[in-house]
Design a protein around this ligand. Structure first.
Ligand code: ATP
Length: 353
């Protein structure tokens, strides 16, 4: 493997007796869009600040393109940061804001103008150079902050909840733009968010963080469809966890006994171990067929129409909590109705932790 753009080795961070990070090991490939995802307090911002040099870790090393930068101050690192509040200068023109970092680095005026123009074009705001910050909308300000960070051509761009201040519609639109811009410039992006939909929409790789540790690392499809832990399964979208016990295990396949019956699932676990099966709401069906097995009968508790689908909860004998279902748009169900449920064991994910 070529030298990673970023490497964290055994990073720990303590604030007094509070451990914010506990031994983070992570390599980030050159040119990738990596999203640090997790609930509030999980340690995402602390890790980003350690990468930017705004915080020094209690233990461990940070490498950028193979060079140890652990002791290097922020201004001397090949990184720039886009903050949630953008931190733009209101009294300067847009071109002045975008060119500020280049001016500080002593880049001559003609080269500066050309680079500012290119950066503004890249974010689709080439026509606004002479305007002032207060004349811009939230989405435009966000793009200016991005242009200002990209113009100095960092090796790694750090983004701390950059879309957090935007309303939902603009946020979704900016996600697409951010992803397109990243692919165009090819710079490694490390982006912090607690929004799983945002993470899935933009990331090449999602790093799920909780309580100062990494829970899971992988492409969005893998992290969503085959989560590594109960925490990831529950944090990444809706999910049903069915508790069970391993009856037999051989050749990467385990027979799991659950209150809904026995299932043969791929995965590794010791015979006798307590495990859980993760089953997404969209993987529960009211019809049989296509390799599905019958799970039994369930009573609909609640049902809501969400346009593209119906979201329901249904109670089954033997389970303490109702199952969450996501039924097709045309499959109308009513509270109190009894339905048969089916699932493909291939959609069930074995969780051992
Ligand atoms: P959020 O999405 O809320 O920013 P996060 O995942 O980014 O959450 P961090 O901000 O990295 O989490 O915080 C991790 C833990 O470290 C939290 O428990 C937080 O209270 C603590 N922490 C962070 N910064 C400091 C600080 N300067 N002093 C003391 N404790 C801190």
């Amino acid at each position: 493997m070529s030298t990673p753009a970023v490497e964290f080795r055994g990073i720990a961070m303590h604030f007094g007796d509070k451990a914010a990070l506990r031994g983070i090991d992570l390599a980030i490939a050159e040119g990738s869009f990596v999203v640090l995802l997790g609930p509030s307090g999980g340690g995402k911002t602390t890790l980003l600040n350690i990468l930017g040099g705004f915080l020094g870790p209690t233990a461990g090393q940070v490498l950028i393109k193979g060079a140890d930068v652990t002791q290097v101050p922020p201004a001397k690192r090949p990184t720039t940061t886009v903050f949630q509040d953008y931190a733009l200068f209101p009294h300067m023109s847009i071109a002045g804001n975008v060119g500020f970092g280049l001016k500080m680095r002593g880049v001559p005026k003609t080269e500066r103008s050309a680079r500012v123009e290119k950066a503004l074009d890249m974010v689709g705001l080439g026509h606004t150079a002479l305007r002032r910050i207060h004349e811009l909308s939230g989405g435009q300000r966000q793009r200016i902050a991005l242009a200002r960070a990209l113009v100095v051509e960092p090796s790694v761009l750090l983004l701390d909840e950059p879309l957090g201040a935007l309303d939902l519609k603009l946020r979704r639109q900016m996600q697409e733009e951010l992803k397109a811009i990243q692919k165009r410039v090819g710079t490694t992006f490390v982006h912090v968010t607690h929004d799983q939909e945002e993470a899935m929409a933009i990331a090449d790789v999602i790093v799920v963080m909780n309580d100062g540790a990494i829970e899971d690392v992988g492409p969005p499809e893998r992290v969503y469809l085959r989560p590594a832990s109960r925490f990831t399964a529950n944090f990444m979208g809706d999910n049903n966890l069915i508790e069970g016990r391993v009856a037999r295990a051989e050749h990467g396949c385990v027979a799991v006994t659950t209150p809904l019956g026995g299932f043969d699932i791929r995965g590794d676990a010791e015979a006798g171990a307590s495990v859980a099966l993760s089953l997404r709401p969209e993987h529960l069906h009211t019809e049989a067929g296509g390799g599905r097995v019958a799970l039994g009968r369930a009573t609909v508790m609640e049902a809501g129409f969400f346009g593209t689908h119906h979201q329901c909860s249904a109670r089954m004998d033997g389970l303490d909590t109702p199952l969450k279902l996501r039924l097709p748009q045309k499959r109308l169900v009513q509270p109190g109705e009894v339905i048969g449920l089916h699932a493909d064991p291939g959609d069930m994910v074995l969780l051992t932790r």
